[in-house]
Design a protein around this ligand. Structure first.
Ligand code: NAD
Length: 478
């Protein structure tokens, strides 16, 4: 067995997060002849990957990890040792929005990437293929190449861009059957060889016609463009939802009719309280910054509007809650069902629930939150955090400590709604479709309101019980 392992291609992935963990677990599962080590500077994260309770919730992930952990999949904090031994190094560190200095509020913060690159150069004694897995600004490969080659200890580096298109909540399914795998590389003989090496890894399970190869810059930009297009679709349908409410049209009917056009298609057309997650806003801001830096202010403004509509949708929702409840929620209890940014994940990064809760707390509501996968600690941390307002950097306001006291976190939806004046549904968890709404109604203050930010409940059924119901983009109760 020792000899077998000695002859394996070795992959090391720097960053054991939402992307690094699942992608490497699937590579290990599909390529038994490859040794995969995922490293991270966070000891607690690595301990969780090595334990029974994985650090992220993702359907199917436990099963994949259990099948290969300890065989050809390893998690370690021994970053430098495993980087030095690897043939292919994926870098999947976080690339958040810069919060200070040049480009603050827009540009990607490449601190983690740069320190990973410097460490690779420091410890490498054999040739490496370095793969950009993180989402990075176009031309990052050029910067990485500079850092690596100027610090090289006689080592040859090939940089590839292999952006990840998985969506949280469906990551394993997306990795098993990706729409496409994109690999960008240098158009030199060495570059082409490196591209082929990575293609060979994916070819273990991805059909050849789904593996696309491009130049480096196209691959880097495609990831930003794909996220911008996806977010734009949500903002488009959300913009229409506002018009539906004003006119009596029904956004579900409009989206269905629009999506029937084969040029548009039916997917990703659900109106909601707004998009969240760590990527859409960050990547669009990044795109806006790149456009500005390249002297394209009109293009920058076009994409900036996608985020503005998203912010507008969240504040429109809060305003609807407050205005429906007789223009004040002061001293009223509001149940918030769902805090994650979408179902089937415990991730709360940039979740619209943060803005909605902050808005309600700002009007002095007391709120009671339930989410099946989000911990109380996460919720309190998110609500206490400064939110960077890129349009008004002077208005950095965390929720005040007094307001945070008005938040309670419960372990089921019924406890959250008990004694409440209103219920806000902010994540489309399946269980919220199946709740006993009669029981919830019986235990609420009257009139009892439901504000459905994900259009998951049957509004007519709830109205028959006695609720006053607001659904995004649907005709309103009189
Ligand atoms: P994450 O924050 O969950 O994970 C990043 C990990 O990198 C952290 O655990 C951190 O400790 C580690 N790290 C940072 N610097 C390190 C270093 N020098 N050495 C070792 N470890 C280091 O982030 P994520 O959600 O996995 O995203 C990673 C990248 O992938 C981002 O660029 C993101 O935009 C992109 N992406 C994310 C998704 C998604 O759905 N989350 C999808 C596609 C692409």
């Amino acid at each position: 067995r020792a000899l077998e392992i000695a002859n394996m291609v070795k992959i090391c992935c720097i960053g054991a997060g939402y992307v690094g963990g699942p992608t490497m677990a699937v590579i290990a599962l599909k390529c038994p002849s490859i040794e995969v080590v995922v490293v991270d500077i966070s000891a607690s994260r690595i301990a969780a990957w090595n334990g029974d309770q994985l650090p992220i919730y993702e359907p199917g992930l436990d099963d994949v990890v259990k099948q290969c952990r300890g065989k050809n999949l390893f998690f370690s904090t021994n970053v430098e040792v495993h980087v030095a031994e690897a043939d292919i190094i994926f870098v999947s560190v976080n690339t958040p929005t810069k919060t200070r200095g040049l480009g603050a509020g827009k540009a990607a913060d490449l601190t983690y990437w740069e320190s990973a690159a410097r460490m690779i150069a420091d410890v490498s004694r054999s040739d490496k293929i370095v793969v950009e897995k993180s989402t990075v600004p176009v031309k990052t490969a050029e910067a990485i190449e500079k850092i690596l080659t100027h610090n090289s200890k006689g080592v040859n580096y090939q940089i590839l861009s292999n952006p990840e298109f998985l969506a949280e909540g469906t990551a394993i399914q997306d990795l098993f059957t990706p729409d496409r795998v994109l690999i960008g590389g240098r158009e030199t003989p060495e570059g082409r060889r490196a591209v082929q090496t990575l293609k060979d890894v994916y070819a273990h399970w991805v059909p050849e016609d789904r593996i696309l190869t491009t130049n480096l810059w196209s691959a880097e930009l495609s990831k930003l463009a794909a996220n911008a297009f996806l977010a734009q679709r949500i903002s488009s349908v959300n913009a229409i939802s506002a018009l539906c409410e004003a006119t009596g049209a029904n956004v579900s009917e409009v989206a269905f009719a629009v999506g029937k056009d084969s040029r548009i298609g039916p997917k990703f057309l659900n109106a909601s309280v707004g998009f969240g997650g760590s990527c859409f806003q960050k990547d669009i801001l990044n795109l806006v910054y790149i456009c500005e830096c390249n002297g394209l202010p009109e293009v920058a403004n076009y994409w900036r509007q996608v985020i503005k509509i998203n912010d507008y949708q969240k504040s429109r929702f809060v305003n609807r809650v407050v205005s429906s409840m007789f223009n004040t929620v002061s001293g009223k209890k509001i149940a918030v069902l769902g805090f994650a940014f979408k179902k089937d994940t415990g991730d709360t990064r940039e979740t619209p629930a943060i803005d909605v809760c902050k808005g309600l707390l700002g009007d002095k509501a007391s709120i009671s939150i339930y989410d099946p996968q989000v911990t109380e600690e996460q919720i309190r941390r998110d609500l206490a955090m400064n939110k960077f307002d890129w349009d008004h950097p002077a208005h950095l306001q965390p929720t005040s400590p007094a307001a945070v006291k008005q938040v309670s976190v419960t372990w089921d939806a019924y406890a959250a709604a008990k004694g409440a004046h209103g219920v806000c549904i902010l994540t489309e968890w399946d269980e919220f479709r199946e709740l006993d709404y009669q029981m919830i109604y019986d235990n609420m203050q009257k009139p009892a309101f439901v504000f459905d930010g994900r259009n998951v409940v049957d509004a007519e059924k709830l109205r028959a019980i006695g609720f006053i119901v607001y659904s995004i983009g649907k005709p309103l109760d009189s």
